[in-house]
Design a protein around this ligand. Structure first.
Ligand code: EPU
Length: 430
């Protein structure tokens, strides 16, 4: 397995081009199952999770093509890809494919809506928590689906004539369940209202794509989505929005290492809570026409308390990175993780750098230290892994991050982006 070697201490200066968002690209790709016409997606990031979902979609019969660069397109920009689900040849999503990536479970929505049946492996638990699917099943049943669990698979059948719109009030905000019911409802008969919908920008990006495909959706960006079902959707061309988690990660990396970096293409309104938190810790953040500038001139990082929340709150996907930053603050900060019950695996790894963190239930208490020291560490999940990289950027001496395949799931050309800004970082091939 590849490893990443870093030597800390260099400031970051320059520009980082923000890639398309993984968590929008995945559901957008899944939306292609809703129509027999081609869906063209622009700015798709080159990530292991995208590749994995390609395999799953191909198994359902989707033809996938990657197109070359166009005139005027930025070097290192995202991919333009076509997804063509002319015929769905298989409505089963098998265990060996689904178990590798939880978001692949979301195919159940479009398969059920278009083909009226689906057999999708339960995704199972994962490193950051149990992550059940009860909300998905609740929503699909409300649309009239008959659901059975059989040998680890969810076997879903739509009523004769297809799914039927209704009002669904989620007892808890779920990104995946909102995506899935939204996609399914586009082809249901009548009107579906989703109350307490997730409001993450990726949901809005998917909803806008569905509208471009002929869906009738109102309330985009709010917690109440209204979907008037149509009999079929058509092809469209749609752009994946910039990755707010990648943006926040590099903002925290710059805060940690010091320096001045323009995060090109980033959109502040997609991560305002995280930017406000960073400003509170003494980092300078300015909005520019072409992105967000992050600047720290060697002053100390102030401790700030944060609590993760669904959008527009502070994202759980930036909790580990923020904790890395707080390990070098001038005091004590408290971090409360409210979304996932087991998202503190990075704590033990950050301790290897000399960080002083204790966890009590949902709350981590971080006592800042003037200087971390480089260490051998192990990546445990995607966002935890990158927190180790950014800790290594500020630590004295050498850091080796093992098991970097987690990083490749969600960060495109990480070493290249950081080393262009002055970091000493390289990949050691296995
Ligand atoms: N939940 C349930 N029942 C369900 C579904 C969810 O109890 O049926 C719970 C979860 O266990 C969790 C909470 O609801 O405690 C929120 O989970 P959500 O469904 O919103 O998460 P998700 O859709 O599985 C997406 C992102 C995650 C991100 C979360 C929260 C994608 C592909 N994944 O996951 O991203 O952390 O929303 O914002 O969009 C990552 O990119 O590293 C990542 C984990």
């Amino acid at each position: 397995m590849d490893r990443i070697r870093l030597v800390g201490g260099n400031e970051l200066n320059g520009e980082i081009l923000i890639s398309g968002a993984k968590n929008a690209a995945l559901p957008l790709m899944i939306s292609s199952l809703l129509t027999h016409e081609p869906l063209v997606l622009e700015n798709v990031p080159r990530l292991a999770d995208v590749k994995q979902l390609e395999r799953i979609l191909e198994n359902h019969g989707v033809d996938i093509a990657v197109h070359g660069r166009r005139r005027g397109e930025a070097e290192g920009g995202g991919q333009r890809m076509t997804f063509h689900a002319k015929d769905i040849v298989d409505t089963t999503a098998p265990y060996d494919l689904v178990s590798k990536m939880r978001a692949s479970f979301w195919v159940i929505g479009p398969l059920l809506a278009r083909e009226h049946n689906a057999r999708v492996s339960l995704p199972g638990g994962c490193a950051i928590g149990t992550r059940p699917v009860d909300l998905f099943l609740y929503g699909l049943k409300a649309l009239g689906a008959d659901i059975d669990i059989d040998e680890g698979y969810v076997v879903a059948k739509a009523p004769k004539g297809g799914l039927v719109g209704t009002t669904i009030t989620f007892p808890k905000v779920s990104v995946g369940a909102t995506h899935t019911i939204l996609m399914a409802a586009t082809l249901a008969k009548g009107t579906t209202i989703i109350e307490n919908a997730a409001r993450e920008p990726e949901i809005g990006n998917v909803a806008e794509c569905l509208v471009a495909m002929g869906a009738k959706i109102s309330g985009i960006g709010t917690e109440r989505l209204v979907i008037e079902g149509v009999s079929e959707l058509h092809g469209a061309t749609h752009e994946v929005l910039p990755d707010r988690i990648e943006t926040g990660t590099y903002a925290m990396a710059t805060a940690m290492a010091g320096g001045n970096v323009l995060l090109r293409g980033a959109r502040a309104e997609h991560l305002q809570a995280a930017l406000d938190t960073l400003s509170g810790s003494g980092v300078h953040i300015t909005n520019e026409d072409n992105g967000i500038r992050v600047y720290r001139n060697g002053n100390g990082i102030q401790p700030v308390d944060v609590e993760t929340q669904p959008f527009p709150g502070f994202p759980t996907d930036l909790q580990a990175q923020f904790m890395a930053l707080m390990t070098m603050s001038t005091g004590t900060s408290h971090i409360r993780e409210t979304i996932f019950e087991n998202r503190y695996m990075h704590v033990a790894e950050l301790a290897r750098f000399g960080a002083d963190i204790s966890v009590d239930g949902q709350v981590a208490t971080v006592h800042g230290k003037p200087q971390l020291k480089g260490a051998q560490v192990m990546a445990t999940d995607l966002r935890a892994s990158v927190s180790l990289v950014i800790a290594g950027l500020a630590a004295r001496g050498e850091t080796i991050v093992n098991r970097v395949y987690h990083l490749d799931r969600g960060f495109e050309r990480l070493e290249e982006k950081l080393s262009r800004c002055g970091a000493e970082i390289e990949r050691l091939a296995s």
